[in-house]
Design a protein around this ligand. Structure first.
Ligand code: PLP
Length: 388
């Protein structure tokens, strides 16, 4: 082994040892997912309460069939970037369907939700511009903001008074201003004050962009976080993913046609990466058709989350994500391991994914669960809370 390779080894070992000491080292666990929310992990059969496949669409027969047929016809890979030779017509079909569901003029697809954020944000703002971002937004919104090289000011979680003050003080000093927030917060399950943010942005000449990764398909009859009291807030920039409730893979931006065209011309994470595989696009189309028409299905995850929260006397949840705050990483890991022994997967979420001192079990509910499973799981979680 060369000297530099030995140094690299030492370097990584020291970093990993630090993480180990803080109970923050992570391990990949082989996890095979089957239909009905069943998984095999470390030779154990578990029911997952940690999966983003909210509607079970990854195993829906229509979705699988669409994916198989597209793969049979067009092959396994797309063969190029969308701008070169990879723009299979399924892309346009998917974009049309997304914009219809979201009520926007157009949509543009990216390779993933992460790629959408790191592509869209730097295409809109730069050095002379301001970004206000909810402090608990998903990591990839921060990554996009940093890549944009703009002036970034995080604001307190869901605090519209602070946003208003920041806009009054800083807006006029910058050319453009982009306000970024998760629609449904991925690690907390609460929802951004979309209507208030929209009004503040309108008043101050700022652009609102929401990331609805955990909203599409699971809140407001599947239509996502832009619906407030049954009314559609015209959020001009709506990013999201096809990898969660939609059960496929990929990301999107729903916006007006000029903005989507600008992305096709400017967003580096669209231009310089290979287009999604045809089978994935076809799966997303089939899944979105189900989401668009099956309200009973899209209401189920939140109904289960409510049942669970009610049983444990927690605040009524706004989304199918329910958080059990346990505080320190060690206690959280122990709880997660104990649940695994009981037949349930509920993963421990620790820093840096969440702030220091807020390690938690993050439980997600799916249309594939049964009421009995939800109640039994709730009883197990109750035991953990009693041990406080
Ligand atoms: C999961 C998630 C993403 C990333 O989407 P991928 O398609 O998995 O890359 C982006 N934003 C939020 C808010 C998410 O929860």
């Amino acid at each position: 082994m060369g000297l530099s390779n030995a140094r690299l080894k030492e370097f990584a070992q020291a970093k990993l040892a630090d993480l180990e000491k803080l109970d923050l080292r992570r391990e990949l666990a082989d996890t095979a997912r089957f239909s009905g929310g069943k998984i095999h992990r470390s030779a154990k059969k578990l029911i997952s309460f940690s999966c983003n496949d909210y509607l079970g669409l990854t195993h829906h027969p229509d979705v699988i069939k669409a994916s198989q047929e597209a793969t049979q016809t067009f092959g396994t890979g797309s063969g190029g970037s969308r701008l070169v030779s990879g723009n299979n017509p399924l892309n346009s079909q998917l974009e049309a369907l997304l914009s219809k569901i979201k009520g926007t003029e157009d949509a543009v697809i990216f390779g993933s939700g992460y790629l959408a954020n790191v592509g869209v944000i730097p295409s809109l703002v730069g050095r002379d511009d301001l970004i206000l971002i909810d402090e608990l937004s998903h990591s990839c919104l921060f990554a996009g903001a940093k890549l944009a090289n703009a002036n970034i000011i995080p604001f307190k979680h869901r605090d519209t008074t602070e946003v208003s003050n920041l806009l009054s003080t800083h807006r006029k000093l910058f050319r453009h201003c982009l306000v970024l927030t998760d629609g449904v917060f991925s690690m907390d399950g609460d929802i951004a004050p979309i209507l208030e943010l929209h009004e503040l942005c309108e008043k101050n000449g700022a652009w609102l962009m929401t990331d609805d990764a955990h909203g599409l398909g699971v809140i407001h009859e599947g239509r996502g976080s832009s619906i407030v009291d049954g009314y559609e807030v015209p959020v001009p920039l709506q990013v999201g993913t096809l990898s969660k409730a939609v059960g496929a893979y990929g990301g999107y931006l729903c916006a007006n046609r000029e903005i989507t065209e600008l992305m096709r011309n400017r967003a580096r994470s669209l231009m310089y990466t290979t287009a999604l595989p045809p089978g994935t696009l076809a799966a997303a189309i089939a899944a979105l058709k189900i989401i668009d028409t099956n309200i009973e299905l899209t209401n189920r995850p939140l109904a289960f989350a409510r049942l669970f929260s009610d049983f444990l006397s927690l605040e009524p949840p706004e989304s199918p994500i329910v958080v059990i705050q346990l505080g320190n990483p060690e206690r959280t890991i122990k709880a997660s391991k104990w649940l695994e022994e009981q037949g349930y997967l509920a993963v421990a979420i620790r820093p840096p994914t969440v702030p220091e001192g807020t390690s938690r079990l993050r439980c997600t509910f799916s249309a594939t669960h049964t009421q009995d499973q939800v109640y039994d799981f709730a009883k197990k979680v109750q035991k953990i809370l009693e041990k406080k």
